[in-house]
Structure formats: structure tokens, C-alpha cells
Design a protein around this ligand. Structure first.
Ligand SMILES: Nc1ncnc2c1ncn2[C@@H]1O[C@H](COP(=O)(O)OP(=O)(O)O)[C@@H](O)[C@H]1O
Ligand SMILES: [Mg+2]
Length: 209
């Protein structure tokens, strides 16, 4: 059976596509077959990234395809070990449909209260709609300092949610890597790759728990 990990958030720019790509890269490097379903049909950012990756002939190869809904993505992904849903911003309805299809729902978030509060509200809404809390996890992104990370972690724990170990620092090198079709685990900086990989490995651990 295909496992499904979905990245959701009401906000754009929090890191859904960034983490989708890194997860796909690491799972593919581990020898499993993986597909990213790009549900952000207006932006299609992961589809564009995939084109850049193919053009630069970066291995391992990953599969990316645009879909209109989570249901369509699921129906077309039976032969893959893992389906990664790179969700669109906005629309709670689509988010709920995506969450129902997923074994694990990851919400990337920044560390400011402006990011954390709407993120918690979003998960509260999913729980209220019947998605089990155990299937939800936050991923911290655009972190500046260790103190900032620790405060954000405490806030989300206090709200009742799992926060994945590890985080992504805010770094131009992560943008640069992705511009060229690489993932945030494939930058030119070993330290940044290790840091990104820690977050992705804890995601994989949670998804396979
Ligand atoms: N930790 C980070 N450091 C620097 N840039 C980042 C980081 N995370 C994401 N970005 C950049 O921010 C932009 C938005 O990220 P993206 O993953 O596309 O968000 P979403 O899919 O949630 O809209 C992209 O240009 C991406 O490269
Ligand atoms: Mg995106």
C-alpha cells in the first residue's frame, strides 16, 4: 500500500514545497519509489523544480506530477511506495480532503507568533473535523536562533501537538540549491545538509512509526 505524507498550511511560503522535495529526495536515495503530487496548480512550483532537476541531471531522480485533488493523486499513485502531497495554500476544504488521505500531515511553520497561532488553529480545525492528533506534526522552518526554535517548540507542544526533531535555518543557500533543482539536503554546504537531513529523518521516522 502507498504511504501518504501531506504538507499543508493556510499560508504560502512556509516551506511545503521545500520539505516535499527534500523528503522525496531522501526517500528516493533510500531506494524507494516516490512521487510528489503538486496540488498547487496555480503555482506548480514543484513541477518547475523537477524540470530544473532533470535539466541538471541530478540523481536520484524523483517523480513529480500536478494534480487537481488529493483523490486524483492517490488514484494515480498505486505503484509508488510513498506519495507526497505538496499542498496548496488557502482553502480549508482542500486541506481537510488532503488530511483525510494522508497517514501523516505535516505543517511547516516559522517561529513567530504570527505564524504559530494560525498554524495551531489550522490543526485544531483538522482535529475537530476528525483527523487524529497522532497523524499531525509541525516542522519548524526559517529558524534564526536556538532560543527562537526552543520557544516555538514549547508553544506548539503546549498547544498539544507533535513537533518534528530538527529544523531548517533561514539560509539563502537553501533557496539557491532549490533554484538549481537540488533539495535542501543537497546544498553546497555540508553543515546545512546535515541539519536539513535531521529534520527529514525525523519526518521519515514519524511517518513509518
Ligand atoms: N529555510 C529556508 N531558508 C531560506 N529560504 C527558504 C527556506 N525555506 C523555504 N525557503 C524559500 O522560500 C520560498 C517559499 O518556500 P516554499 O517551500 O515554496 O513554500 P510553500 O510551498 O509553503 O509556499 C522558496 O523560494 C524557498 O526556496
Ligand atoms: Mg508550494
Amino acid at each position: 500500500m502507498t504511504a501518504v505524507v501531506a504538507f499543508v498550511s493556510q499560508k504560502g511560503g512556509v516551506g511545503k514545497s521545500t520539505l516535499s522535495r527534500a523528503l522525496a529526495r531522501e526517500v528516493a536515495a533510500g531506494g524507494l519509489s516516490v512521487k510528489i503530487a503538486d496540488l498547487d496548480t496555480q503555482q506548480g512550483t514543484s513541477v518547475d523544480w523537477h524540470r530544473a532537476r532533470l535539466a541538471a541531471q541530478i540523481e536520484p531522480r524523483v517523480s513529480v506530477e500536478a494534480f487537481g485533488t488529493a483523490g486524483q493523486a492517490l488514484a494515480a499513485s498505486e505503484r509508488f511506495d510513498l506519495l507526497i502531497i505538496d499542498g496548496p495554500a488557502r482553502t480549508s476544504q482542500a486541506t481537510l480532503e488532503i488530511a483525510r488521505a494522508a497517514n501523516l500531515v505535516v505543517q511547516p511553520t516559522g517561529a513567530s507568533l504570527d505564524d504559530l497561532r494560525p498554524g495551531v488553529r489550522e490543526f485544531h480545525a483538522l482535529v475537530k473535523a476528525g483527523i487524529p492528533n497522532e497523524r499531525l506534526a509541525f516542522a519548524l522552518n526559517r529558524i534564526g536562533t536556538a532560543a527562537e526554535e526552543s520557544d516555538a517548540r514549547d508553544f506548539l507542544h503546549d498547544a498539544g501537538y507533535t513537533v518534528l526533531d530538527g529544523s531548517l535555518l533561514e539560509r539563502p543557500a537553501y533557496r539557491l540549491a532549490q533554484n538549481g533543482g537540488s533539495s535542501v539536503t543537497e546544498t553546497r554546504f555540508a553543515g546545512l545538509n546535515v541539519k536539513a537531513d535531521k529534520l527529514i529523518q525525523s519526518l521519515i521516522d514519524k511517518a513509518t512509526a
